[in-house]
Design a protein around this ligand. Structure first.
Ligand SMILES: Cc1cc2nc3c(=O)[nH]c(=O)nc-3n(C[C@H](O)[C@H](O)[C@H](O)COP(=O)(O)OP(=O)(O)OC[C@H]3O[C@@H](n4cnc5c(N)ncnc54)[C@H](O)[C@@H]3O)c2cc1C
Length: 495
């Protein structure tokens, strides 16, 4: 393989940055990844303490073929690097009225569960799946699977032909209501909008394709913990000759005569580059790294960030049989929960609580007889109005009290290890503007077009990859973003 000339420097070793690094290196480019933190992986990360292991970000992988495709592109077999598992049930749900629902991946069992809580909705479920499959069919090709730099590129004859199919003129909730009668199933299917940090009550019904993707292609876990995905990509990148520098924050992109020429390192020194790829959040990058970026930072600030999260890491003694690998404890009033988080930008009084107990699949993640609970509650983007340090002790008590009422009795007494992250921690750890988990929100039909394009608008040889650019946040999409930006860079280099 021929390694050519100046390197391409990637600012950030998140999954988007790693995917781009792997693809560029496979194409013979010299690549350097500069990551400010001590480990690769970005928001997909790891916390270990007192004998407990916690994945700190994603806990569910959808579209697993995207990972396989990345390894195949590098002429490797994914199975030689990591093992993907389907967890049954994908998720267990509890409602405040005592209803419980196991969302099985196996269709006959899933249908039985639907029949158990709402027999009338069985045919509606199949109609909904057919509807969302048509959305996926219309959207995947033009929007998810190829590079895309703006609205103009979407106006193709095929998109115009399929425009009616994408269901963008009503909300996720309006579409879900038109299919399901059961309030429980409505809440359950509305929840998929949260997979990209949006509210089901305002985000376009196009995002119902997320439920189709999970139901048709499964929800997956990486054996050993989700962080093993970052480990595997880091290993593949190293094998391909990518130079990874951790604990290496970049302080500036060097721009000369409208071209990105390299980066300045915060701890001193300069890396000249043939191109610079920003995996860090675009709004942060335009504010802090790119000279003259204020105008673009101001443009991005006009759009709503996706919401953030409050995370409790709990190591507990004993077993809580109610908990599956993934468990959700729903709120009694979903609309008012989203009104609080998205419109009023305050923590919800009655939050929906998600718990990942990876010890169910990986017993080594907790000492024998103990469990590791990653507890996630959606929280408003951090616009500075909330003093999280002051709020957290009471909010933590509130979350634990709700869990005790909804089936985890004795939880408070069982805690042996505990720490938490607020939206501000997420912001600081990853330089994520507002601590947003998924970049900009998708709370309008046009939100997708607000994101920074793969190619920077005013600086040549400067690109973006990851959740802040096309096609959006979440593991599979940021990996696809690595594919999209690579093809842009290679095209620009005349390859
Ligand atoms: C709590 C939580 C739960 C989630 N759950 C899921 C889930 O279940 N499924 C799913 O698919 N997705 C989930 N996500 C979203 C998913 O983690 C992200 O969409 C994805 O990991 C983002 O990858 P990225 O490459 O775009 O950016 P990031 O992961 O943000 O990586 C950017 C990297 O850039 C680095 N950086 C920033 N500034 C600099 C600088 N100046 N110099 C050097 N490096 C810098 C950061 O440290 C970071 O490592 C979740 C995220 C969180 C936080």
């Amino acid at each position: 393989m021929q390694i050519m000339g100046l390197p391409i420097v990637i600012v950030g070793g998140g999954l988007g940055g790693l995917a781009a690094a792997i693809r560029l290196a496979t194409q013979g480019r010299r690549v350097i990844v500069c990551e400010k933190n001590e480990r690769l992986g970005g928001k997909l990360n790891l916390h270990q303490a007192a004998g407990y292991t916690f994945d700190t970000g994603p806990s569910l992988l959808t579209m697993p073929w995207v990972v396989r495709d990345l390894f195949a592109f590098a002429q490797r077999r994914m199975e030689d690097y990591l093992c993907l598992e389907q967890i049954e049930p994908t998720c267990r749900y509890f409602w405040p009225d005592g209803t419980r629902f196991d969302a099985w991946q196996r269709l006959p069992q899933l249908v039985q569960e639907i029949e158990r809580i709402s027999p009338v909705d069985v045919p509606h479920f199949f109609q909904f799946m057919a509807h969302t499959a048509r959305i996926y069919d219309a959207v995947a090709g033009p929007f998810l699977l190829r590079p895309f730099d703006g609205l103009r590129e979407l106006i193709t004859p095929s998109m115009v032909r399929h425009a009616f199919r994408i269901d963008a003129l009503r909300s996720v909730d309006a579409a879900v209501r038109s299919f399901f009668r059961s309030p429980h199933l409505r809440q359950l299917f509305n929840r998929y909008a949260t997979y990209n940090g949006s509210s089901p009550y305002v985000s376009p019904a196009t995002f119902n394709l997320i439920s189709y993707i999970e139901l048709a292609e499964g929800g997956w876990y990486v054996h050993g913990g989700m962080y093993q995905l970052a480990v595997a990509l880091g290993r593949l990148a190293a094998e391909l000759g990518v130079e990874v520098r951790t604990e290496t924050p970049v302080s500036e992109v060097i721009v000369e005569k409208g071209y990105a020429r390299g980066v300045r390192l915060a701890h001193g020194g300069v890396l000249p580059a043939a191109a610079v790829v920003i995996n860090a959040d675009p709004q942060y990058a335009y504010t802090h790294l790119i000279p003259g970026g204020q105008r673009e930072a101001t443009r991005l600030a006009r759009f709503e960030p996706s919401y953030s999260g409050v995370v409790l890491f709990l190591g507990v003694e004993g077993d809580f049989p109610a908990l599956a690998h993934h468990t959700i404890f729903f709120s009694a009033d979903y609309p008012s929960e989203f009104r609080a988080i998205v419109q009023d930008r305050r923590p919800a009084l009655d939050p929906t609580i998600y718990i990942a107990a990876t010890c169910r699949s990986d017993p080594t993640h907790a000492p024998p007889g103990h469990m590791n609970l990653f507890v996630l509650v959606n929280a408003p983007a951090d616009d500075g109005r909330i003093d999280w340090e002051a709020v957290m002790p009471a909010y933590r008590d509130h979350i634990i009290a709700k869990l005790e009422v909804m089936g985890l009795s004795g939880l408070r007494q069982a805690i042996r290890y505990e720490s938490y992250w607020t939206p501000r921690d997420l912001a600081q750890r990853y330089n994520a503007a507002f601590g947003a988990i998924y970049g900009l929100s998708s709370n309008s039909p046009f939100a997708a077009f607000a994101r920074s394009p793969l190619r920077a608008r005013r600086v040549k040889q400067l690109y973006f990859v990851g959740g802040g650019t096309h096609p959006g946040g979440g593991i599979p999409l940021v990996l696809l973003s690595g594919k999209a930006v690579t093809s842009r860079i290679l095209a620009d280099q005349g390859a």
